[in-house]
Design a protein around this ligand. Structure first.
Ligand code: N01
Length: 584
């Protein structure tokens, strides 16, 4: 439907969605199914989100294939055949394209189009949204599905424009493959992207120089072709495994140990860690002992075990010392999974520069200067991460109540309610946003939960003639108090620099931005908020003069969240099948 305001054509719609990754595709599907008019926008030329852009060699997901997919549609889950234990970037992209085709979702999207601004009009309780094409839309709801790791961060290095070779960021890799044969290559950064790309480039580059700021722990991935029997078994247990994921701590249906490391002998500790090391993946953290992530002494035992593995692999003592993390607990930074990361440093064509000793001062036409040495390169790769969490939202000029800009409101870090709402920004739903579990839980089930919460909320508002919903500062303050108290029980606050708290960009560390109580508990809290009729938000009913939700408004204190999250949820489990059927 179109209308004309001040001479400009304005397209009216119920909801505008930004992003065509896991959340964006599913939210468009869900809202359309609920009968809403949806317009969706994506900067990239096609669907895929992070998997569209992160095409660097070696890009692979750290979640196992059978957990890294949608579960809302049983037949989709059963029809799609994964080829490896962990999916490569191209395989995830192929899967998301299949989903878009299967549910005919591309018709809602306008690709190669960015949302430039979104301004809330308090008089009509709608967002005025401007796209890079110049199109202006008026929508009741603005739903962001922009991911947390979608704006690459390239450090400002003096002289970068004078470099005569090529430079790239892993998060914006070109479509054409790059041949490293005969090339002198630099990789700056040793997070998950750096570890993956370093392993690949070391195979063919004439010489690879790795520039490391903080040494990283890694755990073996142990990727394999996916055994067809495992895949069949998993699919035949789809319902059980999906329920388990949906109520698990990390969005994964695997065994979680309840045994404390400190409660067993040194031999049992070593045996448990060794077994998990052999299995590979994040099970090393949660499938071995339950106190590794919360108790510093237990964590040190596990960290020493990993340090021992690095010592076994890396032959040169000085390189080994530079590569060994000693200054922070295991798991305080997101741990990369690797195939042969530390092994590459035994190759003659690989060298390591410790940026803590020799920082990069500038780029030159020939390469870059670190310490007093000029290193010459044909190709410099920044694997330096992202303007995480807030970056993609702050790229759009979002203006809320009273003309307040999200950029100003979040100048010192994100301020948000339960990962979905922002005080002062009514009818804005941020899927996987700050204060939720988006950044620390397996993406697809987490995205499904966020989408279902948002879509059910929007449908509830329509059905109750409510035209405005807004997180309050009281509820947000209490929720954040709870989130911070929970994070203090973990290793996350002890990271020296981390994209979780913005310190990767050299900024002052912010409080840990995610709920660490577990995905299953977070789901229960969200479900309880929905079951109460969203009374922890302020709402306005159509036709009323004032905001009326205040009459039954409840700012839940942290004790309420703990109580709700801890209640055994047999009823929730029993109702899951019916609820899931609603979305297929
Ligand atoms: O980014 P990162 P990433 N000068 O921020 C260094 C997901 N992911 O793209 O540790 C020099 O983790 C920085 O140093 P430091 C996953 O959640 C998943 O690797 O901050 N160095 C660090 O070494 C992951 O956690 C997958 O001191 C600089 C590196 O660059 C998240 O994305 C694959 C620097 C950045 O590491 C981000 O991973 C890839 C500077 N100015 C990514 N600035 C899979 O599932 C930063 N660094 C497999």
């Amino acid at each position: 439907m179109g209308s004309v305001t001040n001479g400009n054509a304005v397209t009216e719609t119920d909801v505008v969605v930004v992003g065509a990754g896991f959340s964006g595709l599913y939210v468009v599907h869900s809202l359309a199914k609920l009968g809403f008019n949806v317009r969706a926008f994506e900067k990239a030329p096609d669907v895929g989100g992070t998997w569209y852009w992160n095409r660097y060699p070696g890009a692979r997901c750290d979640s196992e294939s059978l957990t890294y997919c949608y579960t809302f549609d049983e037949q989709l889950f059963k029809d799609w055949v994964w080829s490896e234990r962990y999916p490569s970037g191209p395989e995830v992209l192929k899967y998301l394209r299949h989903v878009a085709d299967r549910f005919n979702l591309r018709r809602y999207f306008q690709f190669e189009t960015a949302i430039q601004s979104a301004v809330y009009d308090e008089a009509v309780r709608r967002w005025t949204i401007t796209a890079s094409t110049g199109e202006v839309l008026s929508a009741r709801f603005f739903v962001t599905a922009v991911g947390n790791l979608s704006v690459p961060a390239t450090p400002t290095v003096p002289g970068i424009d004078t470099f005569q070779g090529q430079w790239l960021h892993t998060g914006r890799w070109p479509l054409e493959p790059i041949d490293f044969t005969g090339k002198r290559v630099a990789v700056i950064g040793t997070g998950s992207s750096g570890v993956q790309v370093i392993q690949e480039i070391a195979k063919t580059a004439d010489h690879l120089t790795v520039f490391q700021r903080t040494p990283t722990f890694t755990i073996p991935l142990r990727n394999l072709p996916l055994d067809p029997d495992v895949q069949r078994l998993w699919k035949s247990n789809y319902r059980e495994l999906t329920k388990k994921s949906r109520y698990s701590d990390g969005g994964l249906p695997f065994f979680v140990s309840e045994k404390p490391l400190k409660g067993v002998s040194a031999e049992e500790q070593k045996e448990g860690l060794e077994r998990a090391w052999g299995i590979g993946g994040f099970r090393f953290l949660f499938g071995t002992f339950c106190d590794i992530g919360s108790d510093h002494e237990a964590n040190k035992v596990a960290a020493d075990f990993v340090r021992g593995k690095i010592a076994d692999i890396v032959k040169d003592p000085a390189t080994r010392e530079t590569l060994t993390p000693t200054a922070y607990p295991l798991g305080a930074k997101r741990i990369p999974l690797d195939t042969a990361y530390f092994q590459v440093y035994n190759q003659d064509n690989v060298s390591l520069v410790n940026l803590q000793v020799d920082p990069i001062s500038k780029m030159t036409p020939k390469g870059l200067v670190a310490g007093t040495t000029e290193h010459e390169f044909d190709l410099v790769i920044f694997a330096t991460g992202f303007e995480a969490i807030t970056g993609p939202l702050l790229q759009m000029d979002i203006v809320g109540r009273g003309g307040q800009k999200l950029n100003d409101t979040w100048a010192d870090g994100p301020y948000a309610y339960m990962g979905v709402g922002v005080p002062g920004f009514p009818n804005l739903l941020t899927l996987g946003g700050p204060g939720g579990v988006g950044v620390i839980s397996n993406v697809p089930p987490t995205a499904e939960q966020a989408v279902e919460f948002a879509a059910e909320c929007i449908a509830y508002l329509r059905d109750h003639q409510i035209d405005e919903i807004e997180a309050t500062t009281e509820a947000t303050d209490l929720w954040n108090e709870h989130v911070r108290a929970m994070a203090q029980k973990t290793m996350y606050p002890y990271a020296p620099s981390s994209w979780y708290n913005g310190s990767n960009l050299g900024k002052k560390p912010r409080p840990f931005p995610a709920y660490t109580g577990g995905f299953g508990k977070y789901r229960r809290i969200c479900d309880a908020v929905a079951a109460e009729g969203y009374t922890s938000f302020k709402t306005h009913r159509q036709g009323d003069k004032e905001v009326t939700g205040e009459d039954n408004y409840k700012a839940h204190d942290p004790e309420w969240y703990i109580r709700v999250a801890s209640v055994p949820s047999n009823a929730e489990l029993a109702s899951w099948e019916g609820r899931s059927a609603m979305w297929t």
